[in-house]
Design a protein around this ligand. Structure first.
Ligand SMILES: Cc1ncc(COP(=O)(O)O)c(C=O)c1O
Length: 417
């Protein structure tokens, strides 16, 4: 599979590590997310190797895949967590991550999120506006502590990626604008319960070109100089996530070593601990979405539709970002057809592939939608009364259920009779 050799065909059947996906579908039903634990670990280790010469700490960005077992597999390697809300913080803590290894981002943290983060004694919160800094100070003062804070800077660099996942551009809502920095420094000086410990950026996701990071980092280095001359003891420098993965074999991701070669010389100059927040890089190619073909039909124009039991409710990326996912038959085929692979949801946008050359699968057969480990199950919903799917994690020859499929009862459990 892409970026991973842990989804091989064994005797003509696609496997996850040593377990047949056909067997998993029989045991747990479909749609089913199947995650390779060793792929997660290998990806994390390859990231760590690439940046090994730097004083750094990696905080896995939980938003990519927040299953407790995914977080736990990475925490067991020593990895920390980047969370975006009280809910994600709760997950990280429930997974057993030490509070001192958790950082919290988010452009719209509520007072409840902030209080939860400070009272949990996490490593730091990243603020994205002057008003949020005041709010953090007020809450920290009430709790009688000094909160460790990073400032997310908007470096005004437009990373070339999908417009919905570019975040370091001044048109976007993220971070504090360069022109507000003097005002921000002046404000922080007056806040007795804020310790400005970190400068932060995150320029987008699936960023293939290291030059965008380089350009943003150069700006952040200027801010670092300004912050230090203003008397702030900056100890951390957080360059976010966004490192790319391969979704299409024809468009291989830039190797992580290339980012390291390009960025380490700049990062070394900071005399800080560098924080990284990779999400997709670790999880995207560590899981597949298994789905069964319900029906095939052909329209008057000869167009072929393959209707499967997974939909945009399980994997919204094609509908939301026009993303490409490789789709392969679980039983190896030697003939192909051109078809649309579509889901059961009442939306024309509910498709996984259009006019795609795919294996000539029959009704009842299984397909695997690849690269389904990031921004997939986390974005699943109950729209159309759909049950969010089960998830399984494979480790070698063993598979375990890590999330039960929703039930009909759960669909209405929070509603008042
Ligand atoms: C602040 C922040 N950090 C890290 C990430 C993770 O990005 P990726 O999954 O592309 O590595 C995101 C994604 O949106 C983010 O917003």
């Amino acid at each position: 599979m892409l970026d991973s050799n842990l989804f091989p065909y064994c005797d003509g059947t696609l496997c996850c590590e040593g377990v047949s996906l056909e067997k998993l579908a029989e045991e747990y039903g479909t749609p089913l997310f199947v995650t390779s634990r060793n792929s997660l670990v290998n990806r994390y280790r390859s990231f760590e190797r690439a940046f090994s010469e730097l004083d750094h700490f990696t905080c896995y960005s939980v938003k990519a895949n927040f299953n407790l077992h995914v977080i736990r597999a990475l925490a067991a390697e020593g990895c920390g967590c980047d969370v975006n809300s009280g809910g994600e913080l709760y997950r990280a803590l429930q997974a057993g991550v030490e509070p001192g290894k958790i950082i919290m981002a988010g452009v719209g943290k509520t007072a409840v999120d902030i209080e939860y983060a400070i009272s949990s004694e996490i490593l730091m919160l990243k603020a994205e506006s002057l008003s949020e800094l005041r709010m953090i100070d007020e809450i920290a003062s009430r709790l009688g502590v000094k909160a460790s804070v990073g400032i997310r800077i908007n470096p005004n660099v437009t990373a070339e990626t999908h417009p919905y996942i570019t975040t370091g551009d001044s048109k976007e809502k993220f971070g504090i604008d360069e022109v507000d920095l003097d005002e921000m420094f002046a404000l922080v000086k007056t806040l007795e319960h804020v310790d400005l410990a970190c400068l932060d950026m995150h320029i987008g996701s699936q960023v293939f070109d290291a030059d965008f990071y380089h350009a943003a980092l150069e700006k952040l280095l200027d801010v670092l100089t300004a912050a230090r001359s203003a008397g702030f003891g900056i100890r951390y420098f957080d360059i976010g996530g966004g490192f790319p993965v391969t979704y299409e074999p024809q468009k291989p991701a830039t190797p992580i070593e290339h980012f390291a070669d390009k960025l380490v010389p700049l990062l070394e100059k900071t005399d800080t601990t560098i924080l990284f927040e990779p999400g997709r890089f670790i999880t995207a190619n560590s899981a597949v979405l298994l789905t069964r073909v319900l029906y095939r039909k052909r329209n008057h124009a000869g167009k072929e539709f393959v209707i499967v039991d997974a939909g945009m409710t399980e994997l919204i990326r094609p509908a939301l970002y026009q993303s490409y996912h490789e789709i392969v038959a679980v039983r190896q085929h030697d003939s192909v057809m051109v078809a649309d692979i579509v889901g059961p949801v009442c939306e024309s946008g509910d498709f996984f592939a259009r006019e795609r050359t795919v294996d000539r699968v029959e009704e009842g057969e299984l397909l695997a939608i690849l690269s389904a480990g990031a921004y997939a199950s986390v974005m699943s919903s109950n729209y159309n009364g759909r049950l969010r799917p089960a998830e399984v994690m494979v480790d070698g020859d063993e598979a375990r259920l890590i999330r039960k499929r929703d039930t009909f009862e759960q669909l209405i459990q929070n509603e008042m009779f």
